[in-house]
Write a protein that binds this ligand. Sequence first.
Ligand code: NAD
Length: 383
Amino acid sequence: LTIGIPKESFPGERRVAITPQNVQLLLKKGFSRLLIERGAGAEAQFTDEAYEQAGAKTVDRRSVFSESDILLKVRALSADGPDSEVDAIREGATVLSFLYPVQNKPLVERIAQRKATTFAMDMVPRISRAQVFDALSSMANIAGYKAVLEASNHFGRFLTGQVTAAGKIPPCKVLVIGAGVAGLSAIATARRMGAIVRGFDTRSAAREQVQSLGAEFIEVEIKEEGGAAGGYAKEMSKEFIEAEMKLFYEQCREVDIVITTALIPGRPAPKLITKAMLGAMKPGSVVVDLAAEAGGNCEATVPGQLAKYQNVTIIGYTDLPSRLPTQSSTLYSNNITKLLLSLVPESKKEKYFDVDLKDEVTRGSIVTYNGQILPTAPRPAPP
Ligand code: NAD
């Protein structure tokens, strides 16, 4: 079977689906041929020479699409215009990428018309066995880390406190709203940089995780559990949201940096930071809104952009993993390689691609199968 890796075509996307190291692994595990578009890894610092040395063949874009049985991508196939990737794939090809099938129904239908089999990296069930394939967590980890670096780049002081000959410098105070994978990564990063960190989440399970990273877990008086089936977040009552916003208003007067990551699967992001709260922040404060793509947690967020509200900078970048392209490509490559290897039994990689729909990971992540759109599998509970 021939595996193909095209250069990502989404504007500004710097990641590549596979690293040279994983090229070597796939060839060793029995895939016979690996084609990579020339320059595909350039922005993530993986050269064509490195891919060639690992055993891949570097080719033009058209050959990657027309000769590959299996395509590995970061972003979903593009569907529009003369360069449509959906139209360029081989009929019946297999594609692994982020896809967000629920939000991208017309794209899924187009892919199905090409008789393709597709796996969505974002639909891999979050069970213990599938943690090695969990690209959402890999990317969220990077986004949380990068959020702190971006915040510090736009913040006029140190994050850590210091006593110097020139005077005593107080540590910066950081509030992280939402302590899922990205929030915990932001908390850990801000702590490592010496800031005083506070964390908030609606799920009571987050308390211990926040505290174990050396941050303070802040709470509201209302008792309402935010953890729904499977450990994911549910939408909170109006009373709870009002109470947490009151808490955030008080916090905004004190802290220097706010990082928001509050998301509810399948729902728009809750608006938790108002313009009035931004107005109460100290001049030079920074907000990083990691929920920008889902509409944002902050009223002044402009998705994809850097914005200003009075004297506060609001960072709404929606491509934070892509802004750390070598790291994100490396982790994504590990996730997608391991998923691909798990899908095909060892002995069969040379001959054909046959999936086992009874396997929980396969069934959870498969979206189309030989052109048939499969209903979404029920989500299993994380451990
Ligand atoms: P996410 O990115 O969907 O959401 C981020 C956080 O926002 C969540 O912690 C959520 O509780 C919080 N939130 C939602 N509404 C809020 C509000 N109004 N105020 C404050 N916070 C709010 O979350 P995620 O990183 O995908 O993780 C969600 C859950 O999935 C966690 O329980 C995590 O442990 C679990 N998980 C399990 C696995 C696995 O088992 N392999 C992998 C990743 C995550």
